[in-house]
Write a protein that binds this ligand. Structure first.
Ligand code: NAD
Ligand code: GLY
Length: 350
């Protein structure tokens, strides 16, 4: 098992291992003395893992309730949040008690936000069950729900007490969601760690998923501990995301986020190569990695459609938008651009 220490204002550890969840209760009890614990999860994850997590927490001395909502992004809203908060109150959770967020990014974001606001803030533990949640959403303290006006528009920074990543859970994860996680992993490789990209290209992912998950968590740790509140360097985690959000929107959201991030990262890398800002080898390495992981290198939407879709991007500030672009394999930079220039930039990346 690997342990990564997260050095945010409220520090905590991320444990990454295989088949560690049967003993999760004991691991949680090391950081939170046994108390009342509410497992917040979705119906799919509850059916797969809810009972065993509850049993493990009970063995460690916690009294446990379970709060279950329907799976999917459609549940990540104020209505579900209100239901979860009411259920926490009905279960009698007090300020010294605990929420256990068991699930993918939807559960982690919603349960984390519930933890941030219930009784003005109680402790929570993240048990991520998707690859994306293990390497990204469970670490760094961003919690949120969606509003009618857009994704993640109501939220809080609220760090957990512990994150437990058990890669054995990925065996039940459908392929599409696995690809979402791999898309984000490739982003970490291209933007922060050339050797991670090489490992993904050589198939290391299949051989040693724990090592790669731990590596991604360590990258995220370095970024969020330098800029917990997302004022500067943390924005680099959005490499390829402006193009990705546009691709998602143009596809009517049939292309999911992580897969769009993979294609968006290829698009901006290709544009940088065509503009003479990057050597062609950088794109070749990225494209070979995308092929190896079964991810799309190219999108089939026009530059005009992508530029139009990018106008909805939350990162737009008036007439300008900050793109995150690779400046070498394993390194990236913030690059503000006028929105009128987006179409020709995207055209270079198609
Ligand atoms: P998700 O939480 O919707 O999970 C995907 C699906 O897989 C769900 O239907 C879920 O029930 C199912 N599932 C989860 N684990 C499973 C398992 N082990 N076996 C079988 N099925 C399983 O999606 P996601 O991709 O994990 O998360 C996406 C969300 O994460 C978005 O809302 C996004 O905004 C958010 N996010 C947050 C951050 C952050 O920093 N807070 C970062 C990235 C993404
Ligand atoms: N997923 C982006 C961030 O945590 O900042």
């Amino acid at each position: 098992m690997q342990t990564i220490s997260i050095r945010t204002g409220h520090p905590y550890e991320v444990l990454v291992g295989r088949s560690i969840l049967p003993e999760c209760g004991a691991a949680v009890a090391k950081v939170v003395a046994p108390c009342a614990a509410a497992i917040v999860t979705d119906d799919t994850v509850d059916a797969l893992y809810g009972a065993s997590i509850e049993a493990s927490l009970r063995r460690a001395g916690f009294s446990v309730s379970r709060i279950v909502f329907p799976h999917g992004e459609a549940s990540k809203n104020l209505q579900t949040l209100a239901q979860v908060l009411e259920s926490l109150a009905q279960a009698g959770l007090t300020r010294s008690d605990l929420i256990v967020a068991l699930g993918g990014g939807v559960v982690g974001d919603l349960a984390g936000f519930a933890a941030a606001v219930y009784l003005r803030g109680i402790r929570f533990v993240q048990i991520p069950t998707t690859l994306l949640a293990m390497i990204d959403s469970s670490v760094g303290g961003k919690t949120a729900v969606d509003l009618e006006a857009g994704k993640n528009l109501a939220g809080a920074f609220w760090q957990p007490e512990l994150v437990l990543c058990d890669t054995a859970l990925l065996s039940t994860l459908p392929l599409n969601y696995r690809l979402d996680g791999l898309g984000e992993m490739i982003k970490y490789g291209m933007g922060f760690d050339a050797s991670l990209l090489s490992m993904l290209r050589s198939g290391e992912w299949e051989r040693d998923p724990e090592a790669l998950v731990a590596r991604c968590v360590a990258i995220k740790e370095a970024v969020v501990s330098a800029d917990e509140r997302d004022n500067a360097v943390r924005q680099k985690l959005n490499l390829g995301h402006t193009a990705a959000h546009a691709i998602e929107r143009c596809s009517g959201f049939s292309i999911t986020h992580g897969r769009a991030v993979a294609t968006g990262t290829a698009l901006v890398t290709r544009a940088c190569v065509r503009r003479g800002e990057l050597p062609a080898e950088a794109l070749a390495l990225l494209e070979e990695t995308l092929d190896r992981c079964g991810l799309e290198k190219r999108c089939h939407f026009s530059a005009a459609a992508l530029a139009q879709a990018a106008m909805h991007d939350k990162k737009r500030r008036g007439n300008r938008i900050t793109l995150i672009l690779p400046d070498a394999v394993g390194s990236c930079r913030l690059s503000p651009i006028a929105v009128e220039e987006l179409e020709s930039f995207f055209a270079d990346g198609l």
